[in-house]
Each structure stands twice: as C-alpha cells, then as structure tokens.
Design a protein around this ligand. Structure first.
Ligand code: ACO
Length: 348
C-alpha cells in the first residue's frame, strides 16, 4: 500500500523540537516555546536552535544588504529564492539568515514604494528587519516581531524542513538545501494559511456577526481558517504566545484592529466546530493569531509567507546540521504501475 503523505513515517531522530499534539506542548531543544520567545529577540531562539553556530547578525546584515540590491520578485518568495540563489554553496549560516530577512524586508518596502533601507547594526535583528520592511520600528513592535520569528522557528518534520533534509542527505550544500526548503514553503498548503484567516475575520466584520457567519461557513461546507491541525488536538501552544504578543502591543498603545474581533470569534468557532465535528477536537492553530499579529505590525497578506521563512530558517539550519552529522541518504521507493516494457507472448 502506498502512503503518499508519509503520515506516521519516522525519518529521523532530532533534538531540535518536540511536538505533543495531545497535550499541546512544543519544546525548542527541551524548553517550552513560550519561554524561548519570552524576551522577544530572535537571536535568543536562533542561538538555542543552532548553538554550534556563531551568529553575527549585525555585520552579516550589512553584507547581505550589498549582495541583495538587485533582488526583485513578483512575489516575496520569488524574491527570497533569487536572493539565496546568488549566495555561494557554503554561505555562512548568519548570511543565510540575514539574506532571507533582508530580501524579504526589501521586497515588502519596495511594494510600498520605499527605496531599500540600509541596515542598522545597532538594532536587534527583528527590530531592524521590521524597520527595513515597514519604514519604522520601535522597541515594542520589534519585540512583537521577534516573538513571532522565535515562535515559528521549528516545528517537527514539516514539509520544508524535510525538503532541506532530503537535499542535505545527498551530500549537497547548505545553500541548495535552503533553496529546497524555500520552494516547499512557497506552496499554499505549507506557508499560506494566515492570509485566509484575515479573509474570515473580514467576512465576519463585527463581533455581533460571528455566530451567523461561522454557521454559514460551516453550512456551506467550508473550513474555518486558523482552526484545526494535523498534530494538535488542543489549542496550538503557539497561538497563546502570539496572542500574548498582540496583547502586549495593545497594552503599549499600539492598535490591533482585529484582536478584539479574533477574541470573540475564537470561542464561537471552537463551539460550532465541536457541534460540527463531534469527536474531532478542532481548536485555534498558529495561523489564527499569526494573522492578527502580522496585521497589527502593518504587514499585508502577501508578506506573510516570506516573514514565516525569516523565522523558520533557524530550524532549517539546525536540521541541515543534524542530517549532515547523522543522516543517511533519504531514498524511498515507488511502486511501478506503468505499462510493461514488452508484452509477454501468449502461451495459449
Ligand atoms: N473547519 C471545518 N472543518 C474542519 C476544519 C476546519 N478548520 N479542520 C478540519 N475539519 C474537519 C474536516 O472537514 C474533516 O471532516 P471529514 O472527516 O468529515 O472530512 C475532519 O475535520 C478532519 O479533517 P482533516 O482534513 O482530515 O484533518 P487534517 O489533520 O488533515 O487537517 C488541517 C488539518 C489541514 C489544518 C485542517 O484542520 C484545516 O484545513 N484547517 C483549516 C486551514 C488552516 O487553518 N490551516 C493552517 C493549519 S496550521 C499549519 O499547518 C502550520
């Protein structure tokens, strides 16, 4: 029997992240994700994820900025792919982190009509990337963005991580493995969910419409975006971290037009989903509050997947290292179901 999605197939041992879908736990190298993201600095999560590397994100950002001036793309993921493709085979890990961040930030800025902003090595990574992308940053917004990048840094054997490991398993180079991961993340089934969450919130519009719109969506056979998960049977632990980050923004005087609405929608959606699919627990996933947070930081839907890549690069690098150290060539098999080379002569 063919298992095309490889569900349940274990292809590696890892010390990067632990995901327990029943209890709603995500550990990053043995530490709960909420703790890893608590200081709002991507550097903290990155150093935890890839402790062997010495990240010098300030100077690397400067180097990447020079390398990236010609980077263009019709979509943000194409811009990232082009930027990474220009790098040497064995580009330093901090250059890869910086290249993805700076290419993404420039792409966002260019779409808004701003010329590329040079990096400011005095700022932490997330604050500076946010500044280059949106034109301004303050410590509160920088911390919220850093929380986001840290929260999505790794999550088990997801498709882009697996793609990076497959390429690495052939003995190929780190830049090629990251390109493969970017290609996997570009697909809508992996990196594309938070945009439709905003569509759902927009369709609801005001809290008093939540019950009616959710009932209508389910009656029409549509899925509620931002709810349900292949692994989690409880609320995704990342949802709480990201909700807290939006809350901190609002407490500090920033606005989040969709936070209040999201907080009304979530319990209504969970209750209606429980009636709709009894026996299948469906709760908010990471994308629900990712959408609310990135929207509050001033990003539009088109930027969401490149922003995800800016965080997930940390996990890719850790898995590439692990695969190099311990892994075998990943080479599964296929069952041939095509025509035979020669028709067998009939014996009758
Ligand atoms: N709204 C309504 N019904 C749902 C939802 C939802 N959000 N999620 C699952 N269901 C239903 C399905 O219709 C299915 O019912 P059926 O058995 O009658 O066909 C049942 O619950 C099980 O769903 P599956 O698709 O088999 O579960 P799977 O584990 O493959 O799905 C997924 C997980 C794809 C995330 C799903 O919950 C979904 O489509 N959610 C909405 C999209 C979304 O939020 N995606 C982001 C996920 S987070 C991430 O991937 C990083």
């Amino acid at each position: 029997m063919v298992n095309g999605g490889l569900e349940g197939v274990v292809v590696a041992e890892t010390t990067t992240s632990y995901v327990n879908g029943q209890t709603g736990e995500l550990w990053i190298r043995g530490v709960p994700v909420a703790e890893v993201a608590a200081d709002g600095r991507f550097e903290t999560a990155l150093t935890r994820m890839v402790p062997e590397a010495s990240f010098e994100l300030g100077p690397a950002r400067v180097a990447a900025h020079r390398a990236l001036a010609p980077a263009r793309g019709e979509s943000g993921m194409v811009a990232l792919r082009r930027a990474v493709a220009q790098l040497d085979d064995e580009a330093d890990e901090d250059v890869l982190v910086a290249t993805i961040a700076v290419a993404g930030a420039h792409w966002v800025g260019q779409r808004a009509g701003r010329p590329p902003m040079p990096p400011d090595p005095t700022l932490d990574h997330a604050t500076d990337v946010l500044r280059m992308a949106t034109g301004y940053a303050d410590p509160v917004r920088g911390r919220a963005f850093g929380t986001y990048l840290a929260t999505v840094i790794d999550h088990g054997m997801n498709a882009s991580t697996f793609a990076a490991r497959v390429v690495t398993s052939t003995g190929s180079d780190c830049t090629s493995a990251v390109l493969a991961a970017l290609g996997a993340l570009k697909g809508p089934l992996h990196g594309g969910a938070p945009g439709p969450v905003l569509d759902l919130l927009d369709a609801i519009g005001t809290p008093d419409r939540a019950e009616a719109v959710i009932a209508a969506e389910l009656a029409a056979g549509r899925r509620l975006m931002g709810f349900g998960h292949r692994v989690y049977r409880v609320r995704d632990p990342r949802a709480a971290v990201l909700e807290g980050a939006v809350d901190a923004l609002v407490q500090a005087g920033h606005t989040s037009p969709r936070l209040e609405l999201a907080r009304v929608v979530e319990p209504v959606a969970v209750a209606r989903l429980a009636e709709h699919k009894p026996g299948r627990p469906l709760h908010a996933n990471v994308e629900f509050f990712t959408a609310v947070l990135l929207d509050a930081l001033g990003f539009d839907r088109a930027a969401f997947t490149p922003l995800f890549a800016m965080g997930r690069i940390g996990g890719w690098l850790a898995h590439i290292r692990e695969q190099r150290a311990d892994g075998r060539l990943i080479r599964p098999r296929a069952t041939y179901v095509g025509p035979a080379a020669q028709a067998k002569p009939s014996t009758t």
